[in-house]
Design a protein around this ligand. Sequence first.
Ligand SMILES: Nc1ncnc2c1ncn2[C@@H]1O[C@H](COP(=O)(O)OP(=O)(O)O)[C@@H](O)[C@H]1O
Ligand SMILES: [Mg+2]
Length: 309
Amino acid sequence: MNAIEAVGLGRRFGAVAALDGVDLAVPAGSVLGLLGHNGAGKSTLVHVLATLLRPTSGTARVAGHDVVRQAARVRRSIGVTGQQATLDLTMSGRDNLLLVARLLGAGRRQARARADHLLDLFGLAAAADRPARTYSGGMRRRLDLAATLVRRPEVLFLDEPGTGLDPVSRLDLWDMVRQLTGTGTTVVLTTQHLEEADRLADAIVVLAGGRIIASGSPADLKARVGRRTATVQLSTDPDADAAETALRRADLRPVRDGRTLTTALTRDSDLTAVVRALDAAAVEPDRLTVAEPGLDEVYLALTARTEAR
Ligand SMILES: Nc1ncnc2c1ncn2[C@@H]1O[C@H](COP(=O)(O)OP(=O)(O)O)[C@@H](O)[C@H]1O
Ligand SMILES: [Mg+2]
């Protein structure tokens, strides 16, 4: 079952098409990473799906409900975090969660149980009774996430959750998101950080200019654009000459930089072919390294291609 479905979703702001014909299908319980530069349309997409903005074209269903005709139902099924607007920093972490639970209609005992569970889950139990203003940035982000989860949303939207966090807090946050997915919650996470999408998402959608320019699993995207490369470092110029000739003869098209030769590995057998060619030329490399393509390269290649159109 899909927790989110969108067909031709669009949103204009005057002459600007912030979102331009987006199709999505997000399986329940999965994590979708929405990756894109500043201005790509990530927040607009999240806001339209979360019913905070009306689409100007297309349709979308979230948790089975239409975002325009059944907006109230969608709102009851989702959580949105981002700006920590929900927190009262003068209150303790526990009181923040109790307040949200009571506002949602939980009884006193039920609210306490839910707050305790979430404080534990987010590693805030020890700090639970301190005012939230004494919390670090990472702790506040976790409390914000906990407050969003008081109501057990089916679909959770996290708009750039890692932004402004130090590396340690970011790792903590990643752990939290991973735990959530174990509970069946569908998560949509926007990010400008390739690593974040790569680590957390089951599927990635790359947005540029309000359009989807690529989608797939992190591995799919890497395989589609990225290529592994082998780099051979030789110790002398004659060795480098011999290696270059041998690689050319094996049709491996090396790129030479001094005594370093780099070749793209387009077929599975190419790495073996590199080793055989060097062997046949009787040269012993100082170093032979293989580099896997990163999501960074994928992203650059995809966005460069779009901008060139
Ligand atoms: N309320 C708004 N009014 C006018 N333009 C907007 C508004 N919100 C977003 N935009 C424009 O829509 C585009 C996408 O913005 P946004 O969805 O915020 O991108 P992202 O979250 O990927 O940085 C940008 O060109 C932005 O300037
Ligand atoms: Mg944004």
